[in-house]
Design a protein around this ligand. Structure first.
Ligand code: AMP
Length: 435
């Protein structure tokens, strides 16, 4: 299948080939004709599938013939990085058409945004909070919006944006086209979709799809040895291209980046506490190859589009199997192969099982000499000293969650008492609060 079949105007076809796209991705094949025909869309797809161009191309085609100077397309996105990324895609795909787009988000001055509104934009990509702020101050009108796109709706829900979205909806014409994209479809997103979409065409791009291109491996390791194992792997098995490393907490991201930098790696961290400038520097440095590694939390990394990611490292596993799929989907993109490695401590075994259940396959375990997983989980929490609830730790029946026999134990790796409340809960001795 080729892009020719969509009969885009010549300028759009030129832009597509300037972006290096040769064939439409599956979501583009399915969504472009539906969006062009004016239908509402409920798209179940994650970052990495080409969904941005799937909604941007048909929208640009329609706007290329339409009036100028009014916001005709509104895209709502959860993070500033994703808003910037979508805006960049619109700019590239609409180059030479005279259409103007802008990304609007908080944490930066309002003046450039107000100036752009005054000059006139047709495509507005915004994070809900700042957009609502502008609407409340009557800085712009959305009464001419023809198409509303809600991108990464599940993430917007997780970040508590749904009330803001409902307020924004009141500023839009009732008669419009609405496209909603989400990586997952929990009940609350289904409800939002029911409220906002009319007879939507449902498009599902299977979650497992990008995984075919990714080599996955699990490294059993104790919590206190994770940094040492990471340094060992980065030195002994260097990868061509960049490495994206995930930690659970922003403090973890910062500390790990410091340790990697100290060990001589070119690395940056991306976490919620940074100013917009620092985030942009970290991201663009990673994109253009100045930093070979980026350490990030899930929220900070949401929507990052870095097509050269050769390797994803789950230094800490995420809290859901779907989030694992989403994380590793950042490698193996656009017909490139990639590698995803995950560290598994004793308490992570339940999550690894959930990940394998979702993928319907067992992921290869690799044991490195001198590194081994703990033999027991954390029965006591650091703060209260009280035992955890039964369902918060792995079962220990019949050795089902025990490390395999082939795993070598490090000399002098003393078995810690499960009743010892002094055991630190993470290697940095820092809190577990996310961004
Ligand atoms: P997205 O899912 O929109 O974040 O896109 C993921 C990556 O795929 C981005 O780097 C896009 O530039 C790239 N991409 C989008 N469409 C195509 C295509 N048809 N062929 C090759 N790469 C694409």
């Amino acid at each position: 299948m080729s892009f020719e079949q969509f009969q885009f105007i010549a300028q759009i076809n030129t832009n597509i080939s300037n972006c290096g796209y040769e064939h439409p991705t599956p979501i583009q094949e399915k969504a472009i004709p539906e969006v062009m025909s004016g239908k509402d869309i409920l798209g179940l797809a994650q970052t990495g599938t080409g969904k941005t161009a799937a909604f941007a191309l048909p929208v640009i085609q329609r706007l290329s013939k339409g009036p100028r100077g009014k916001v005709c397309v509104l895209v709502l996105a959860p993070t500033r990085e994703l808003a910037e990324q979508i805006n960049t895609s619109f700019k590239e795909l609409a180059a030479g058409t005279g259409l103007r787009s802008i990304a609007v988000y908080g944490g930066v001055g309002k003046k450039p945004q107000l100036d752009a509104f005054r000059r006139g934009v047709e495509i507005l990509v915004a994070c809900p909070g700042r957009l609502l702020d502008h609407l409340n101050n009557h800085n712009l009108k959305l009464n001419k919006v023809e198409t509303l796109i809600l991108d990464e709706a599940d993430q917007m829900f997780d970040m508590g944006f749904v009330p803001d979205i409902r307020r924004i909806l009141k500023h839009l014409p009732k008669k419009r086209q609405t496209l909603l994209f989400s990586a997952t479809m929990p009940a609350d997103i289904r409800k939002l979709a029911d409220e906002t979409l009319t007879n939507p065409q449902e498009i599902r791009i299977k979650l497992e799809q990008p995984l075919d291109l990714i080599t996955q491996a699990i490294y059993p390791v104790s919590k206190r040895q994770k940094t040492a194992l990471l340094l060992h792997l980065l030195k002994e098995e260097p990868t061509e291209g960049s490495t994206l490393i995930f930690t659970r907490t922003k403090y973890g991201a910062k500390n790990l980046a410091k340790k990697l930098a100290y060990a001589g790696f070119s690395v940056s961290a991306l976490q919620g506490n940074m100013s917009q400038n620092q985030r942009q520097n970290a991201l663009s440095g990673f994109r253009d190859g100045k930093f070979k590694m980026l350490v990030a939390t899930d929220i900070a990394a949401r929507g990052i589009d870095v097509s050269r990611v050769a390797q994803v490292v789950n230094f800490d596993l995420p809290s859901t199997a779907e989030a694992y799929t989403h994380r590793i989907g950042r490698t193996g993109r656009a017909e490139r192969s990639g590698r995803a490695i995950s560290f598994m401590c004793y308490d992570d075994q339940v999550m690894v099982k959930a990940i394998e259940r979702l993928q319907k396959k067992t992921i290869e375990r690799i044991t490195v000499d001198g590194f081994a997983m703990e033999e027991t989980g954390e029965l006591q929490t650091k703060q209260t000293g009280r035992p955890r609830k039964q369902n918060q730790r792995p079962r220990n029946k019949a050795g089902s969650h025990r490390p395999g026999k082939q795993q070598k134990r490090q000399a002098g790796n003393t078995k810690k008492s499960p009743n010892n409340p002094k055991r630190s809960s993470n290697i940095f001795g820092l809190g577990q609060k996310g961004d």
